[in-house]
Design a protein around this ligand. Structure first.
Ligand code: ATP
Ligand code: MG
Ligand code: MG
Ligand code: MG
Length: 469
């Protein structure tokens, strides 16, 4: 079996052989973009290179980029535990051309990698192009020899990428793998495309225009390429699995969770193990990149991810902090590829343990309160906003945790009521000049970081070259 670690290496080696500079992943907290919550794609560290504001000593690069999609424009938090293909933290393999090669070479490189190096059967592959992109359509016909019915024209923004309101943009083309008839889901562009039969493995973006203003789009003098392939998704295909959570890397974490809790990995509580494995990775990598649990901003997203994971640990019957016990397994699996993970191991373990210990009591009591309150509700009635607010304010339940718990019962939260309760409390707190709840970033975490050593975070102020190997 080809391990995820081997696949990452095979990808980077292949592109190095084709003249690409292997570049290290940039941190999950973007250095060059305060508007972005987390790095969510390979191109983020190259934004200024694409726009021409920054020059690099190479015009072709390849990366395996750490990504988190748990907030902002891309949020896959609610997909975890429900689809076979989404994580909050994942690695995006990518090759980039900065004004060097364009569509034809990009398609050829991608097609050769998947069908020759990775030896995927071409009958299982299909691709999409942007409706108006006749050039890409013709190239897929010519280079891959794909029949017309397996090159699907998509008219929506799914196949037109842009950096923002203005800036570089262009059509994209996605490669899908057909996992077979037994699995529900239709091909891209069909009404049930969100199923998990046809899984998107690779997205090729052809940056060929610049949006100058709302009404004006010009051709870029030197078009560029940006691609992204999910490491876990291609690993699933290459390991003969349908589900990302069945690949070696995820399986190792799931088995560690099963072992630590004594609950069978594939029994009725399999979903809890999967969520724990996913949230453990996201939490550990965020902490390694300098994010600390807090009540606002990035730290609050981390806290939300951690607390969702802890709820699942609780469901598995863990009465002592669990997640921190899985950290050594994660470091053993991924520490060689990401040394920052090994460096921060002690900090990750302690942060998880402390946060879990602090949340444990209120988690149990809050769950009990929630159970009592939902028992009183009729049919599909929503949970009153004041209850959700009390869970937040007194028991430390982020709103999305409450929503996630109730999703299993097909029940919603009265969010307007929750917002009103929040606004009322804020107004009162202002009146009495009293702060309420936990401090934004507890000094506890800062002390911990002081004691356990530096993370990537401390490097932000220094003017080091960005992530180049
Ligand atoms: P999907 O439609 O399946 O949600 P996407 O179109 O949002 O994927 P892109 O933004 O095109 O994904 O990202 C490039 C690649 O990264 C995808 O082709 C996929 O292989 C991978 N990827 C995207 N989101 C995730 C995720 N949440 N977990 C794992 N891999 C992902
Ligand atoms: Mg998506
Ligand atoms: Mg997609
Ligand atoms: Mg895509």
């Amino acid at each position: 079996m080809t391990s995820a670690n081997d696949i990452r290496k095979a990808f980077l080696d292949y592109f190095a052989r084709h003249g690409h500079e292997p570049v290290a992943s940039s941190p999950l907290v973007p250095r060059n973009d305060p508007t972005l919550m987390f790095t969510n794609a390979g191109m983020v560290q190259f934004k200024n290179v694409f726009t021409g504001q920054e020059a690099r000593p190479y015009s072709r690069a390849a990366t395996s980029q750490k990504c988190v999609r748990a907030g902002g424009k891309h949020n896959d938090l609610d997909n975890v535990g429900y689809t076979a293909r989404h994580h909050t933290f994942f690695e995006m393999l990518g090759n980039f051309s900065f004004g060097d090669y364009f569509k034809d070479v990009a398609i050829e490189l991608a097609w050769n990698l998947v069908t020759k190096e990775f030896a995927l059967p071409s009958e299982r592959l299909l691709v999409t192009v942007y409706s108006e992109d006749d050039e890409a359509f013709a190239l897929w016909r010519k280079i891959a020899g794909l029949p017309e019915q397996r090159i699907i024209r998509i008219p929506t923004s799914d196949n037109f990428w842009s950096m923002g309101e203005t800036g570089p943009c262009g059509p994209c083309s996605e490669i899908f793998y057909d996992h077979g008839e037994g699995i529900p889901g239709g091909p891209p562009g069909s009404p049930d495309e969100d199923g998990d039969r046809f899984i998107e493995i690779w997205n090729l973006v052809f940056m060929q225009y610049e949006q100058v203003s709302a009404g004006e789009r010009i051709d870029l003098p030197r078009p560029s390429i940006d691609t992204g392939m999910g490491l876990e998704r291609i690993a699933a295909v290459l390991q003969g699995k349908h589900d990302n959570y069945d690949i070696d890397l995820m399986r190792r974490l799931i088995l560690a969770s099963a072992e630590a809790t004594g609950v069978h990995a594939d029994g009725p509580q399999a979903v809890s193990h999967r969520v724990i494995a996913d949230h453990l990775r996201a939490s550990a990598f965020l902490i390694a990149d300098g994010v600390l649990p807090s009540n606002e901003g990035r730290g609050y997203v981390l806290r939300r991810i951690m607390r969702r994971g802890m709820r699942h640990a609780h469901m598995l019957g863990a009465r002592e902090p669990l997640l921190h016990r899985l950290v050594p397994e994660l470091v053993a699996e991924m520490g060689a590829a990401f040394p920052e993970l090994s460096r921060a191991q002690a900090l990750i373990g302690e942060t998880l343990k402390l946060e879990e210990a602090r949340f444990k009591d209120t988690l149990g009591r809050g769950l009990k309160l929630l159970e009592e309150e939902t028992e009183r509700l009729q049919g599909a009635e929503a949970l009153p906003g004041e209850v959700a607010f009390k869970l937040y304010d007194t028991y430390g339940f982020p709103l999305d945790l409450t929503q996630d718990i109730l999703r299993g019962q097909d029940r919603k939260v009265d969010v307007a009521g929750y917002d009103a309760a929040m606004a009322q409390q804020r107004a009162q707190a202002k009146k009495s000049w009293a702060g309420s709840g936990e401090a934004a970033t507890d000094t506890l975490w800062l002390d911990l970081r002081e004691r356990l050593g530096a993370t990537e975070f401390l490097g932000y102020d220094t003017e080091v070259a960005e992530g180049v190997v």
